[in-house]
Design a binder for this molecule. Structure first.
Ligand code: SAH
Ligand code: SF4
Length: 363
């Protein structure tokens, strides 16, 4: 049986260089190949004409480019959000979201097909876990969004800042389907590829990883000094309330999670973003705001409030904006904790936080 073909998107530049050496080719050619992959965003070998013939022959015989075909694309009514249902090679599908906030484009990428963590209000949790994504499948989502931004496509209606790159992909959030710290190694390889300065160049300030609170993963991020922003999904300030919303809290209890967050901030010097899905009548009172304020006392913290987005499997309602404002007011005045309320984007196409599940009828 022949060896499986290498997916070029799976490899860091260093690994690709090593592969060229194993093929007894001059590793200097890695620069041109990388440029085709991540600057020109070539979608096939045919779109990489200027490679040395020996390298082309190897690539044609032993590799493939794991471009993810679009099974379905939907755009929100306000035009700011595009959701792509992308097909994987084993017929599984994942969702990737392009979000445009003032002047910035952010790609929200998935790290798994489904999710094993089972948060009650999350559509991905409601569908269960199927499998991890490979590094290449994560990278390919970012490339997909970057490609969609090229002048010939979605960007044509936008003002041109630089002739070839009107609205470049600026940020990546690992907040799509799946729990990124449950798929640690693949996610970190993907991040190394996304960060590469001669490629997509999405550096530390541009990548945010959101976790349900996988304690060993948070500690490992700190030990390895991974350059990224960390967001931790809190949703409740007591163990009992949290475990009712986030089953993973039974495995990694709140006190252990907060200890890990403290360690993370001490070791890295980085602020952590704490996410709080606001559910009417459940975790959105001023008393809840005070409880989270106490919990975060002394930590370098910012709270991101996300009014609940609707999902089929959970009948809670989103907090109204007056209550969200009161929650923010308590955090700001009594605890000096900055907070934001996540802009509701793409709700009409089920592309909001926690609404990502694979349904081809979506939109
Ligand atoms: N698995 C990671 C990242 C993906 S979810 C995590 O849980 O952090 C990204 C964010 O959306 C998380 O904070 C999650 O709790 C939140 N979320 C999930 N379902 C939601 C819903 N229905 N409405 C609002 N936010 C939701
Ligand atoms: Fe998984 Fe995050 Fe959804 Fe929880 S909120 S089920 S961890 S994707």
């Amino acid at each position: 049986m022949s060896a499986p073909r290498l997916n070029l998107y799976d490899l860091t530049r260093e690994q690709l260089r090593g592969q060229l050496v194993r093929w007894e080719l001059n590793p200097v050619h890695v620069a041109r190949l990388w440029n085709y992959l991540y600057i020109e965003l070539a979608a096939s070998l045919d779109a990489m004409p200027e490679l040395p013939p020996k390298l082309r022959a190897r690539l044609a015989a032993e590799t493939h480019l794991g471009v993810l075909p679009t099974a379905l694309e939907t755009a929100s009514g306000d035009g700011f959000t595009h959701k792509y249902l992308l097909a994987l090679s084993d017929a599984e599908k994942i969702e990737t979201v392009l979000m445009r906030f003032t002047g910035r484009v952010t790609a929200c990428v998935s790290s798994q097909v489904g999710c094993a963590m089972g948060c009650v209000f999350c559509a991905t949790g409601q569908m269960g876990y199927t499998r991890h994504l490979t590094p290449g499948e994560i990278v390919a989502q970012a490339v997909h969004v970057a490609r969609a931004l090229r002048p010939s496509t979605l960007n044509s209606q936008l003002s041109t800042r630089r002739d070839h790159a009107p609205a470049r992909l600026r940020n990546i959030v690992l907040m799509g389907m799946g729990e990124p710290l449950h798929n640690y190694d693949a996610v970190m390889t993907a991040i190394d590829i996304l960060r590469d300065e001669t490629g997509l160049a999405l550096g530390a300030e541009r990548i945010t990883l959101s976790t349900v609170g996988v304690v060993p993963g948070i500690l490992r991020l700190a030990r390895e000094m991974r350059p990224l922003h960390l967001a931790v999904s809190l949703h409740a300030a007591t163990q009992a309330e949290r475990a009712a919303l986030v089953p993973a809290a039974k495995k990694w209890p709140l006190d252990e999670l907060m200890a890990a967050c403290r360690t993370y901030s001490e070791m890295t010097g980085r602020r952590i973003f704490y996410e709080w899905t606001l559910i009417e009548g459940k975790n959105d009172s001023e008393a809840h705001a005070r409880a989270v304020g106490e919990l975060l006392r002394g930590l370098d913290a910012q709270v991101n409030l996300i009014p609940l987005n609707p999902t089929d499997g959970y009948d809670g309602a989103p907090t109204r904006s007056a209550a969200a404002n009161a929650f923010q007011h308590v955090l700001a005045t009594e605890f000096k904790i900055p907070s934001t309320v996540r802009q509701r984007r793409g709700i009409d196409i089920a592309a909001g936080c926690g609404q990502l599940a694979v349904a081809e009828s979506a939109g």
